[in-house]
Design a protein around this ligand. Structure first.
Ligand SMILES: Nc1ncnc2c1ncn2[C@@H]1O[C@H](COP(=O)(O)OP(=O)(O)OP(=O)(O)O)[C@@H](O)[C@H]1O
Ligand SMILES: [Mg+2]
Length: 328
């Protein structure tokens, strides 16, 4: 049984378009014109309990709009939505107990209160048993490294500190599902790493189901086993990361350090991309030339002192995919 299910989900926004021309600036009922944006245009997917899914797409693709419908903030224009047996926009309160939400751009914490007070209030609001509250808080303070700023008013926290606080707040009442909308935006590498570690651990140890939106491919590489890629409100891809990489970027690079300086490594099934002071970059398609065979062929002809194989990075793969779709 899927935990999150959407079917033919649509969200339209109507906006007043002001007409330019003779009556520009004069707003009457008649000069108004409505413009409709289909932010989410027929989206269907299902997420099983315990999955950690990346929900990705370019700016304006409809990611945040989808998440807002899943959290119950927005009502769908049409389509079906089920989150842990609840229709979010109809049963907002019941839905809220099942989900934790973190929007990178906006905080859910009480701005004027020390961080610890926000936690206490959330504990009371969600009626978290005292021992569970204590255990969760201790664990989160530890993993997220929040010990030094628990008594600081939220308004004085740095962005990275505040985000960690938001994440802990979202998980204190042990929701089944965690929605993360750009949780690492604007953070330094250390804060990003703490957040990734926290999400990975929650998913692994408590089986929390996670839907993650991000533009940071390191978040995705590190955390997501499955991706849903959307653009213009439609799903372009839904599946594991590996086949996507294979389809859009089958090539790998073999980087060899040779004992002698060489301009070109002449081997069947591989192309020299670059050569620099004995270091040579070779591009190959592992479906035609398995890496082991290539390495054997190179080392039979040249003396190798070091080597590595690089995978195509996900960012490049996704860029290629979107470009290909655009040009169709
Ligand atoms: N409240 C709103 N009123 C009108 N249009 C909106 C509203 N919210 C979103 N939109 C429009 O819906 C589309 C999808 O927006 P959405 O915020 O879901 O994109 P996104 O995928 O989250 O993008 P980003 O990566 O920039 O966060 C955009 O064209 C946006 O302008
Ligand atoms: Mg967004």
């Amino acid at each position: 049984m899927p935990l999150i299910e959407t079917a033919a989900l649509v969200k339209e926004f109507k906006r007043v378009r002001r007409k330019e021309g003779a009556f520009a600036g004069v707003r009457t009922l008649f000069s108004r014109d409505f413009e409709t944006t289909r932010a989410v245009d027929d989206i269907s997917f299902a997420v099983e309990p315990g999955e950690l899914v990346g929900y990705l797409g370019p700016n304006g693709a409809g990611k945040s709009t989808t998440i807002k419908m899943l959290t119950g903030i927005l009502t769908p224009t049409s389509g079906h939505l089920d989150v842990a047996g609840v229709t979010p926009w109809r049963q907002r309160e019941r839905n809220a107990r099942n989900i934790g939400v973190v929007f990178g751009q906006r905080s859910q914490l009480w701005w004027d209160l020390p961080l610890i007070d926000s936690f206490r209030m959330i504990g009371r609001l969600y009626e978290v048993p005292k021992d569970r509250y204590r255990a969760n808080l201790d664990r989160f303070v530890d993993i997220l490294g929040m010990g030094s700023f628990m008594d600081t008013p939220v308004r004085q926290l740095s962005l990275g500190q505040r985000m960690r606080g938001d994440l802990a707040a979202a998980m204190l009442y042990e929701p089944k599902i965690l929605y993360l909308d750009e949780p690492t935006v604007g953070l330094d590498v250390i804060a990003k790493e703490r957040i990734r570690e926290f999400v990975a651990e929650l998913n692994r140890d408590t089986g929390t189901t996670v839907l993650l939106t991000t533009h940071d491919m390191d978040d995705v590489e590190r955390l997501c086993r499955r991706l849903i890629l959307i653009d213009h409100g439609k799903v372009l891809y839904d599946g594991p990361v590996a086949p996507l990489k294979e389809h859009y970027a089958p090539h790998r690079e073999l980087v060899v350090q040779l004992a002698a300086e060489t301009d070109v490594v002449d081997i069947d099934g591989a192309e020299t991309v670059k050569a620099e002071g004995g270091r040579v970059w070779l591009s190959f398609d592992p479906r035609e030339t398995p890496a082991a065979r290539l390495i054997a062929a190179v080392s039979a002809k040249y003396e190798i002192t070091d080597l590595s194989i690089t995978e195509p990075d996900l960012e490049g793969v996704i860029r290629r995919m979107y470009l290909e779709r655009e040009s169709r």
